[in-house]
Ligand binder design. Sequence first.
Ligand code: GCU
Length: 672
Amino acid sequence: RQAWLRYAPLPRGHSTPTLPSTILALNSSASSPVYTAGQELQKGIQGIFGKRLSVHATGKQASSAVVGTASQFQKLFGSNPVKDELIEDGFWLNVKGGTVQILGQNERGALYGAFEYLSMLAQGNFSNVEYATNPAAPIRWVNSWDNMDGSIERGFAGKSVFFAGGHVASNLTRVSEYARLLSSIRINAVVVNNVNANFTTVNAENIAGVARIADVFRPYGIQLGLSLDFATPMKLGNLSTYDPLDSEVIAYWNAVTQQIYDHIFDFAGYLVKADSEGTPGPLVYNRTLADGANLFARALQPFGGIVMYRAFVYNQLPDEGDWKADRANAAVDYFQPLDGQFDDNVIIQIKYGPIDFQVREPASPLFANLPNTSTAIELQVAQEYLGQQCHLVYLPPLWRTILDFDLRVDNQSSLVRNVVTGERFKRPLGGSAAVVNVGLNDTWLGSHLAMSNLYAYGRLAWDWTSDSEEILQDWTRLTFGLDKTVVDTITQMSMASWPAYENYSGNLGEQTLTDILYTHFGPNPQTLDNTPWGQWTRADHTGIGMDRTVSTGTGFSGQYPPEVAAMYEDVETTPDDLLLWFHHVNYTQKLKSAKTVIQHFYDAHYEGAETAQRFVQMWQSLKGKVDDERFEDVLFRQSFQAGHSIVWRDAVVNFYNNVSGIPDDAGRVGHH
Ligand code: GCU
């Protein structure tokens, strides 16, 4: 349960640095992040070096670790040693042997700095350093899809840490442990309940309940947010409407919001999934999505809260008979015309791709279409379509393909990451949210190795240019110790894992090919077509792929700015890995690799499954270097993945062999 915050003793024989002789934490109030930082430094140094330092709130000892805000330091010492500019949540770290200054722009930043110093020590890094670091964006959120009854939507690790039986859990110990982990990766807010929200979340009892969660979060610098059911005024408030322009509805939400702030003065804001997959929303009353978002924005504005309004709005019953129908078009169709109509405290939260957390998607074109609106990217640490934490899939390389993508708005550099930080369009707000499905399971996510995705999410949300492999190695050392073989092996496995999963699931931009109807787990390519979900592949006897071109298809490629649109419009310039996303081609179409589409399917599936077999041997080579309990747990999961990857391989290659009737050159598949 300590995950990457174990503070394990360094290996025998490792040198000990000059340590501070005391800790000076410049706020002694137990709910303050600076107090937490002092406690954490004490605990960390004791764990790593076996030396218990005392913590003080006053005094001026020479060789001490001082943690606080820059202004608290200034008050006590009469000077401000911070040499660079700090923005909100940023911190300054100055380590000179046993003299350590950890100064935040705010208290939360000070806590982040303490975790950074401890992370260095825990990894045996005793260098003297002096630098400031600031976040890429102010919104670094986690979304929990926890239901009030304690179940978790797409949860793979037990019941909710927040809720049980329709109420907030009575014992919040796990919430506190979770908050500690999240603050160490600089997450600053958590929306605790499911986007498919239950209106009871905001009844009087539950507001008081979530206020207890907020109290547990506060010493870790984490704010609480809530998902709302748009129809609450009717379901809970006994109004006859939930029309966002109705004065009683407006008054209702103002009152609910007031009530929340009465209990939670630092409430972060709302997350809204409206008019999406059957949820109620403004479209029911012929109001715009901007009317819906601004309703909440105005209720929150006096308190400084924000609305994360989700762009995941689509008609889930598009007509498959219509060659030009395309669910992928929905977000831009709905939101682009509203650009400029959202209040300043609205952020449009956009899933990384236009469909739904698939193994490979192009960047959502909506990122290029809202220059006058603040946006955030939505990622999934929950491996909903990606093996549900039963498969090792290290996600940062996938995320980076999106975040580093250049949308070329106005023919200028427009990386997705620079859009969502607010930099590209000079927006005051922006950032990211990740869906994280931790549960009561002792591993949090149901799998030890899956925790690298959570750790990496926080690191990337702070700095999207951080190197995926370096993040992983920090995580591995903190989680499993400093043994080089362990670090190298887990690095090799993890870095090979997303390509392997893509190889044995959906190739060439054809979506994941998992079961779309119910589980989103395991292979089920036949469920993509002939269903109302609009995740079609249009596979028939001769060809496969969605024609999303402007000239002959759904027009989706035209949602990108001209340079990108032109690239995707043409089969020749579309990268192989997105070929079937944008084009309908014959199975015998030649790829840039000179293979045919169908032969690529066969080869990739065999290659991916072979890689998953190797993960088992690689992990086995770590026996004795990782404690038995975690060794066995991971081995079990890797064995499962190895077997399941063969199930995937055979299901997918046989399916396309049957549909196409084209044999495998290597003679592995079907009848010849
Ligand atoms: C996916 C997921 C749903 C979820 C939805 C959303 O479709 O399967 O469980 O509610 O995304 O993000 O709103």
